[in-house]
Design a protein around this ligand. Structure first.
Ligand code: BG6
Length: 517
């Protein structure tokens, strides 16, 4: 690998010291698609720049688009320039040497000949670039192709490591892992017939976000929060994952998926699990994933008899985002003009265990909301007795802890203070931690972290089969009900707003209100 000098980034220096994977090849199925260009290749480029990729690391892109190596390299170089989170830091020299490690195979995923060719190319790269028989397969295709690819990898003899104990093969499977409970079980059966669970990496990129990982550090590396992290002190929890983007040309996918499958079943539930889980014995894949699964198992099934008290389903109409008029969801390309698909959902969930009994967890996510913001708000209970009673000028607010996942990453705590005046006036004030101020530098993107973890064989931040299945178990009855009902019950909201009013009423019924973001 060429020696590229890069500006020191304190946050990445630490990564290099601890983590450099063994030489390997990565095969990306779906290499001409959106995810590869927007996320995977830019993340690999940054890992390369930071010298976190192993010697001889090679990528084989596979897709139906008839590229050759040169065309693939050019297209991926353009993608890095276009989709990099810091375009000004992309330099031509490092980009050129990075793309020299990219290869391409035109692949009809259902044709066994393609896998013979793939095997031959992998062997060649082992010889020429020293990739040591280690293979990381990445399924970035539409989900309908997952079983086909997995089946062919198995029958072509590419799934098992060539030299067990010395070399490894792993598969990273993008979401959605199935479409409902039954299809996720079928996919699990297919995956298990070819790969062992320790080879399988079900990716949820939210778990790779620094701020999401920090949830565990915040809770379990500090002594002061955990004692109050329970029903005795916490009134309720809100989790919001809001986007101002619409479906961005992905109308076809979105019509099949909808918001619940796209965001809540995976990303939001992953965040909720980390907020609610018990302390694992150690930060290790088995322990952490055991605790996450226990949370999922404790979530109360959605009350299908009184759905309106627990669930809101919305879809955006036309509106304005940052001064620009944007179309309604039903007017997006490849979307039916009568589509019942939800682009917003809010739910009131309960976790039936000793720690959380009767504490509402309100979660919401939506497209075309007022802004892109993901936050966790933990509202604490009122003080048991207000000693300042009649003497105060204002009602006293409850303490609130806010964890900002993105943007403006950080944590703040609101508490009450005496306003400096010769009267007893109490005002809410805020204590702030901001990542950018405390640590400087740019944190690695979620995909950088997770790609590196998968090369290193660390499954801690990937979803295990049981958690995925439990999430489907929770949401499948709701998805089936929505399908039966068509667009009955869909609440329309204006693009650029905070979603349908019904989502406010969902909280009002419990005496709560969404915090302003
Ligand atoms: C993806 C969803 O998993 O996450 C997209 O498919 C969504 O619809 C994206 O836009 C949001 O990710 P992030 O990291 O930008 O919050």
């Amino acid at each position: 690998m060429a020696d590229i000098s890069v500006a020191a980034n304190p946050l990445r220096e630490g990564m290099r010291i601890r983590r450099t994977p063994a030489p390997c090849s990565m095969v990306i199925f779906g290499a001409s698609g959106d995810l590869t260009q927007r996320k995977l290749i830019p993340a690999l480029y940054y890992l390369y720049r930071e010298r976190l990729l192993p010697q001889g690391f090679s990528v084989i892109g596979c897709a139906k688009t008839p590229y050759d190596n040169e065309k693939f390299r050019e297209t991926m170089a353009d993608a890095v320039r276009k989709f990099s989170e810091q375009p000004s830091s992309v330099d031509d020299a490092s980009l050129k040497s990075f793309t020299e490690s990219l290869y391409y195979l035109t692949d009809d995923f259902g044709d066994s000949k393609a896998y013979t060719q793939l095997g031959a190319l992998l062997n060649k790269l082992d010889q020429e670039r020293g990739t040591g028989g280690n293979r990381l397969y990445y399924l970035a295709t539409p989900p309908s192709a997952f079983p086909v690819i997995i089946g062919h990898l198995g029958s072509a003899g590419l799934a098992a490591p060539e030299d067990p104990g010395k070399s490894w093969t792993r598969v990273v499977i993008e979401k959605p892992f199935g479409h409902d409970l039954e299809s996720s079980r079928e996919l699990t059966t297919t995956v298990n017939s070819v790969f062992k669970e320790e080879q399988v990496y079900r990716i949820d990129h939210y778990l790779g976000k620094e701020t999401v990982q920090n949830l565990l550090v915040f809770r379990f590396a500090n002594g002061i929060f955990e004692p109050i992290w329970n029903r005795r002190y916490i009134d309720h929890v809100e989790i919001t994952v809001a986007e101002d983007l619409g479906v961005e040309g992905r109308g076809r996918y979105y019509e099949e998926a909808g918001l619940l499958r796209d965001m809540i079943q995976n990303h939001v539930m992953s965040v909720l699990s980390l907020v609610a889980m018990e302390a694992p014995a150690s930060f290790d894949a088995v322990e952490v994933r055991d605790e996450k699964a226990k949370v999922m198992r404790s979530i109360r099934p959605i009350d299908m008899e009184h759905l309106d008290n627990f669930v809101v389903r919305g879809q955006y109409g036309e509106g304005w985002i940052r001064g620009e008029k944007v179309p309604a969801y039903r007017a997006e390309p490849n979307v039916s003009p009568k589509s019942p698909t939800e682009t917003f959902a809010a739910l009131k969930l309960f976790i039936d265990n000793w720690r959380w009994a009767d504490v509402p967890f309100y979660v919401r996510s939506g497209k075309r909301l007022a802004k892109r913001v993901s936050e966790i708000v933990v509202q604490f209970r009122r003080v048991p007795h207000m000693v300042f009673g009649r003497k105060t000028q204002n009602p006293v607010e409850q303490n609130v802890l806010t964890m900002r996942i993105q943007p403006n990453e950080g944590i703040s705590i609101n508490f009450n203070a005496k306003f400096p005046a010769p009267i007893m006036e109490i005002r809410p004030v805020k204590m702030e931690f901001r990542y950018a101020e405390s640590f400087g530098g740019e944190p690695p993107s979620a995909y950088e972290t997770l790609l590196l973890d998968s090369m290193l064989g660390d499954q801690t931040l990937f979803n295990r089969e049981d958690a995925v299945e439990l999430a489907w178990q929770l949401f499948t009855p709701l998805l089936e009900r929505w399908q039966e009902e068509g667009d009955k019950g869909v609440q329309f909201y204006q693009a650029g707003s905070w979603g349908p009013e019904a989502a406010d009423r969902l909280l009002e019924r419990g005496g709560h209100r969404w915090h302003r973001l």
